[in-house]
Design a protein around this ligand. Structure first.
Ligand code: NAD
Ligand code: MG
Length: 331
């Protein structure tokens, strides 16, 4: 683990990802080929797939290619405007879901991007590497398990070495496994969830601090679960609350160094985390239905927020938590 590779030249995955009907569902084939669909004025309730969703379940951490419909990460819709030119970013969980949307958006805004993920997620990671390289930016793939402190230190060291510095750190990786009763929640799962979601954020941020200069930003992915926890996410929800406190405390600690720290608290988003968290395939059928907008968010809808928080445009924002949850939950 921890092998680092710069992957280049392969375009098959990218081509497949672009030509696959990313959001073919219930007879509706979304056409993103013009690249303007996301920014054009439209009804947000029908902009993306709505429940019911076909039954599906995957073993954690799950793969993008096995999701129906396939999530949209802004592959064909996100347009950059030079907001992160020359910046160097490290994104954990950058292979899929929200981290993938951030990686694509950062690269389109001119940043070089390193992504971390688990070795079994290599196929997802390869697609992201190709999207970053397609923008002419440097892409660095660093697989490995962030539950290990030594790997976390190596991850940051390798990213800094390959990118020749670090300006943006996105602590986004997480584990989520639902258990309907506290009696079924094992010490092993509790420990693993906290190692992935909380300890790794601490270890990676600590390793990154000596490299961050004034103007650098840290973005942590929290959740509505921090504010309105689900009964079946007893361990996960606590870690997401930890992330809010960590963000606000660290923001105060490093403000005088000119480093900003913020968090994003998403509601239900259509990512591999969800089919690999449910216990029964049917549980995902109504995913997102309870929100006022009546559907889950797509990762593409979060890319612009991560760009805003990474860029100098959010210069007065630190210690803040930004919600994106379809009208339900906090903040
Ligand atoms: P995702 O599965 O695409 O991303 C999570 C990533 O975490 C995985 O891709 C994997 O690479 C990484 N990961 C998990 N365990 C790891 C380990 N031990 N070592 C290294 N990497 C590991 O799902 P996502 O929904 O995009 O998740 C991204 C973030 O968004 C997470 O922090 C999650 O808690 C948060 N979030 C998601 C939702 C949602 O509904 N999808 C809602 C609120 C918050
Ligand atoms: Mg993944």
């Amino acid at each position: 683990m921890g092998n680092m590779r710069n992957v280049g030249g392969v375009t098959s995955g990218l081509t497949a990802a672009l030509t696959a009907p990313a959001l073919a569902h219930q007879g509706t084939v979304a056409d993103y080929s013009s690249g303007v669909r996301q920014s054009s004025k439209q009804d947000p309730t029908t902009q993306y797939p709505q429940p019911p969703f076909p039954p599906q379940r995957q073993e954690p951490p799950g793969l993008t290619s096995k999701m129906t419909p396939r999530p949209d990460h802004g592959e064909t819709s996100y347009r950059g405007s030079g907001r992160l030119v020359g910046r160097k970013a490290l994104i954990t969980g950058g292979d899929s879901g929200i981290g993938r949307a951030a990686a694509i958006a950062f690269a389109r805004e001119g940043a070089d991007v390193a992504i971390n993920y688990l070795p079994v997620e290599e196929p997802d990671a390869q697609e992201v590497i190709e999207f970053i390289q397609a923008e002419g930016r440097k892409a660095v793939a660093i697989p490995g398990d962030i539950r290990d402190e030594n790997f976390c230190r190596k991850l940051v060291a390798d990213a800094v070495h390959e990118l020749d510095g670090l300006d943006i750190l996105v602590n986004n990786a997480a584990a989520q496994v639902g258990q309907h009763s506290i009696m079924d929640l094992t010490t092993e799962q509790f420990d693993s969830t906290f190692k992935t979601n909380v300890y790794a954020m601490f270890w990676i941020t600590k390793a990154a601090m000596p490299h961050l200069k004034p103007g650098a930003t840290i973005i942590n992915t929290s959740s509505v679960q921090a504010y309105n926890p689900s009964p079946s996410l007893l361990d996960y929800a606590q870690t997401k609350a930890c992330i809010v406190s960590f963000t606000k405390s660290l923001a105060k600690q490093v403000a005088k160094q000119g480093i900003r720290v913020n968090a994003v608290a998403p509601g239900p988003f259509w990512t591999p985390l969800q089919p690999s968290s449910v216990q029964a395939p049917e549980e995902l059928g109504t995913f997102g239905e309870e929100t006022p907008l009546g559907r889950p968010g797509q990762p593409a809808e979060l890319g612009p927020l991560y760009v805003l928080l990474a860029s100098q445009e959010s210069s007065y924002a630190t210690g803040q938590v930004y919600g994106m949850s379809g009208g339900k939950g906090y903040p």
